[in-house]
Write a protein that binds this ligand. Structure first.
Ligand code: HEC
Length: 155
């Protein structure tokens, strides 16, 4: 039974309700057949569908509209180091954002829940695989913020 969700919370992080759920075999098969996007395709999708809010060009922590994707990726990788699980969880969140499954509840309180994207599920999966496999640009202020919050170097 999960009693800790919502009680243990440090910084802007928390443990999502689906933390220990296994990825079902049918989804593993889908993930393993997901097409690899080129760097140009992946960055284009991010620019068009994500960076309006998750901008790597935001000038400060106070002025961003949503947390930087590079930081979100770091949090997902910490919780879900396994590639299939990472892709499954991030795809599910982007298709249907929910507070229970958010890995960071501070931003949900600060900005409200992310609106669901218009991308189709297969595209989202291609994009989350791209996010897992590639390094993402972070705003200039972010490494310092990360180091202050986590007491460890960014990258
Ligand atoms: C209209 C603004 C907006 C757009 C566009 C947007 N997001 Fe978000 N996103 C947010 C906000 C605000 C949050 C923080 C609140 C939350 O977690 O729901 C967030 C949170 C997230 C999270 C972390 C959720 C968690 O587990 O805590 C992920 C992953 C994410 N976005 C990915 C994406 C990706 C990938 C795209 C592009 C396909 C995208 N977002 C497009 C506003 C947006």
């Amino acid at each position: 039974m999960v009693l800790t969700a919502g009680i243990i919370s440090y910084g802007c992080n928390s443990k999502p309700d689906n933390l220990n759920q296994k990825v079902v075999p049918s989804e593993v098969a889908l993930i393993e057949h997901t097409a690899a996007l080129s760097e140009a395709e992946g960055m284009q999708l991010l620019e068009t569908h994500c960076f309006a809010c998750h901008s790597p060009k935001s000038v400060s922590h106070d002025e961003m509209l949503a947390p930087p994707l590079a930081g979100i990726k770091h949090r997902y990788k910490t919780l879900y180091p396994d590639r299939n699980t990472f892709i499954s969880r991030m795809t599910a969140y982007i298709s249907k954002p929910s507070e229970e499954n958010a890995v960071m509840r501070g931003p949900v309180r600060r900005f409200g829940l992310m609106p669901p994207t218009t991308l189709e599920e297969e595209k989202i999966r291609e994009l989350t695989a791209f996010i897992y496999d590639n390094s993402l640009p972070a705003p200039k202020w972010f490494p310092k913020h990360f180091e202050e919050k986590h007491g460890e170097k960014w990258n």
